[in-house]
Unconditional design. Structure first.
Length: 302
């Protein structure tokens, strides 16, 4: 179920109850069994967010198979924090964990006498998807744009990103225009304009990741249930194409998780997300040692 958003006196947009399955609740959990709350607050990015913003930004770039020089990233966060043209907001869940971000840019337009607002970047952590966080972040941008007197908010989504397009279909109207990029540096070097996506990598190649796990002797009974809860978020992550869990017939404490990914970039994005507070799990509590990861690209037959 969802709740009605409100803006508190501190300028923070807060939302009512909105639940989604988490699969990690324990008998002593105060939340509704089997569920967790989605985003409860959205606030402007400040200097205090310099620790939590970079992991979200890196996950966003990896998702879009893009890389940026560090000086560009440093400049982006400096402009957002300093209020120099760029603006941003971070979404947090009820525990205060950063689960999403959005950036916006106000600029003049030749089609209106007022400002135009571009929604530059939008990311929702996999564990928070499906709970309205994306819609809430877009609503935050829309409200801020309206307050600034902008005539419209436009959003750029990647071709083939079905999840983002489905969200746009619910909150926006298609303009019928296609936006392409002309790389000026490439044009200067080649002597002609070059059109292309923002990606800096070659064609995507499918990847299979093997995660070798050993459960603690006293966690063999409940360890698989903990793992199942963790893998729910893995399956929901963009680019995951299936998971199998293999159990050693001679050693029930020895498990191998087989993850299939659409590309190395998708797998990289997942690993980056797991390293953030939003992607942290309880798996380490039931393991006897660190998991061993091996990844294989799907090449041609030998």
């Amino acid at each position: 179920m969802g709740g009605v958003a409100r803006v508190d006196e501190d300028g923070v947009l807060r939302h009512g109850w909105s639940f989604r399955r988490c699969g990690r609740c324990t008998p002593g959990c105060r939340r509704r069994p089997g569920w967790r709350r989605a985003t409860t607050s959205i606030a402007a990015i400040t200097a205090a967010d310099r620790v939590e913003w970079p992991p979200l930004w890196r996950a966003y770039l990896v998702f879009h198979e893009s890389t940026l020089p560090q000086e560009v990233t440093d400049d982006v966060v400096a402009r957002i924090v300093g209020g120099r043209g760029l603006h941003g907001a971070i979404a947090r869940d009820e525990e205060g964990t950063a689960v999403g971000l959005v950036h916006r840019l106000l600029h003049p337009s030749t089609w209106t006498t007022t400002a135009h607002c571009s929604l530059e970047d939008l990311l929702v952590a996999p564990g928070a998807r499906g709970g309205g966080t994306g819609r809430a972040l877009i609503a935050h941008v829309r409200d801020r744009a309206a307050s600034a007197g902008a005539a419209e908010v436009d959003r750029l989504t990647q071709q083939g990103d079905a999840t983002a397009r489905a969200l746009d279909d619910r909150v926006a109207t298609s303009t019928g225009f296609v936006r392409d990029g002309i790389g000026l540096r490439a044009a200067a070097e080649a002597g002609a304009p070059t059109l292309g996506p923002r990606s800096t990598r070659g064609p995507a190649m499918a990847v299979t990741a093997l995660l070798d796990l050993h459960l603690k002797a006293d966690r063999i009974d409940d360890g698989p249930a903990v793992l199942d809860g963790v893998l729910r978020d893995t399956r929901a992550f963009e680019g995951n194409e299936g998971i199998q869990v293999l159990v050693d017939v001679d050693d029930p404490a020895h498990l191998t998780v087989v993850e299939h990914w659409a590309s190395m970039e998708r797998d990289d994005a997942y690993r980056a997300w797991r390293a953030t507070p939003a992607g942290a799990s309880a798996l380490g509590e039931v393991l006897a040692g660190p998991p061993v990861l091996t990844r294989y690209e799907h090449g041609t037959a030998l």
